[in-house]
Design a protein around this ligand. Structure first.
Ligand code: NIG
Ligand code: FE
Length: 394
């Protein structure tokens, strides 16, 4: 018989309803009357006051700590080799970020063994777990040949929760003079070879990467193949990416660093999530996206790390939450919601990002009495323990 687990003594339990509500979904922010939850079959079976908790086979007392849904990191690039610390140093002393650096990682990734790529992805996933992340989306994009994209996507699909095909990351050096041929490769044989492992198809729609016409060709091919889409949009300047994401019914438009009023209106009128990646702005010294404009207009907002060796090499959702609050003026409750439920929406997942009955038992116990400490105490390791499907993973 499957055993049940009671987690009790919860000083503050944030459940988050998947329905759009204004509250953070808090139970018992009062240590004299703690909250509890019950896990059965890897899912949340009950939440409420500890005093009223039904009996369970096992019991864990978290002694007044806060419990939150595990973070859903809906944008990461984890299958790569090497790093670009020198590029970061140059940027911090005056250079600008450009998409061209991606080719450096492409060369290192192509030269790496499958085992090395898998080990590096696992190392980053372990970092993420230790920082409270329980669901991870992972993109390809550092292979850029049929063979290298397939192996990256296979690793992403095996190691991560959601795998995204990003053959359209940049034009690889060997296709520099024949862009159209590379676009045709991506939307033809490469897409065909990757489709069985891909949950989504993504395009870096940006000056220096893929323009509107090229992006449309790739999105059309993805849709014709029955694959869901998401876009890297409006990262390095204003462009057509956000409007295309909405037009194509993308699950998410990611970055959204440069938005005009019509972009915000389009996102607000759509179900496309605006995924904000403030670690990128921090690490590239760029202006932060207009999170307040998006939230005030009623757009759906997610926060993710974009963990990658170029534009942002953090695996820390708590760090991104602190940036969201301090730099993008999100209320702490808005930021937590965006990093959990918002990420789930950006991935089209309904059973993660919240702790309502029936959700996966993916949660983080904080070494703090309230989730507010995640933003109030930036840089402090506040993750006490992390559970995925009801089993402790960190
Ligand atoms: O999301 N924008 C494109 N791709 C990544 C950066 C990749 C890199 O610099 O290696 C991003 O920022
Ligand atoms: Fe990215």
């Amino acid at each position: 018989m499957p055993s049940t687990l009671l987690v009790t003594g919860i000083g503050e339990l944030t459940t988050h309803s998947p329905q759009p509500v204004d509250t953070a979904g808090l139970h018992a922010p009062d240590e004299s009357d703690p909250a509890a939850l019950i896990v059965a079959d890897g899912r949340i079976a009950w939440t409420g006051r500890a005093a009223a908790a039904p009996a369970a086979d096992e019991r864990v007392d978290v002694e007044g700590r806060a419990v939150i849904p595990g973070f859903v990191d809906s944008h990461a690039h984890l299958v790569f080799a090497g790093d670009r610390a020198g590029e970061f140093e140059a940027r911090m002393t005056g250079s600008r970020y450009s998409a061209g650096g991606i080719r450096t990682t492409v060369a290192a990734t192509r030269a790496a063994s499958d085992e090395a790529l898998r080990a590096n992805a696992r190392r980053l996933l372990a970092e993420m777990a230790r920082q409270g992340t329980t669901t991870v989306e992972c993109k390809t994009g550092y292979g850029l040949t049929v063979e290298d994209e397939v192996r990256a996507l296979r690793i992403a699909a095996q190691e991560c929760d959601v795998a995204t095909f990003l053959g359209a990351h940049v034009i690889p050096a060997e296709y520099a003079d024949r862009r159209q041929q590379y676009v045709d490769l991506v939307r033809g044989p490469m897409l065909e070879a990757c489709a069985e492992y891909a949950n989504f198809v993504d395009v870096f729609c940006e000056r220096g990467a893929f323009d509107e016409v090229e992006t449309r060709l790739i999105l059309d091919a993805a849709k014709a193949r029955g694959l869901a889409v998401r876009l890297h949009a409006n990262q390095l300047g204003h462009g057509p990416g956000v409007q295309l994401a909405v037009e194509y019914g993308a699950a998410s438009a990611d970055h959204c660093t440069y938005l005009d009023a019509s972009d915000i209106d389009a996102l607000a009128a759509s179900s496309t999530v605006a995924t904000l990646l403030p670690g990128v702005e921090f690490s590239t010294r760029s202006p932060y996206p207009d999170a307040r404009g998006l939230l005030n207009a009623g757009a759906r907002v997610a926060i993710a790390t974009d963990c990658n060796p170029g534009s942002c090499y953090t695996s820390s959702m708590p760090f991104c939450l602190a940036l969201a609050v301090r730099e993008m003026h999100m209320a702490p409750a808005e930021a937590l919601r965006a990093a959990t439920l918002g990420g789930a929406q950006a991935l089209g997942l309904t059973d993660v990002g919240h702790l309502e009955v029936g959700a996966r038992a993916d949660f983080a116990v904080l070494d703090a009495p309230t989730y507010l400490h995640l933003m109030y105490r930036p840089g402090v390791p506040l993750i006490h323990s992390v559970w995925k499907n009801g089993a402790r993973i960190a």
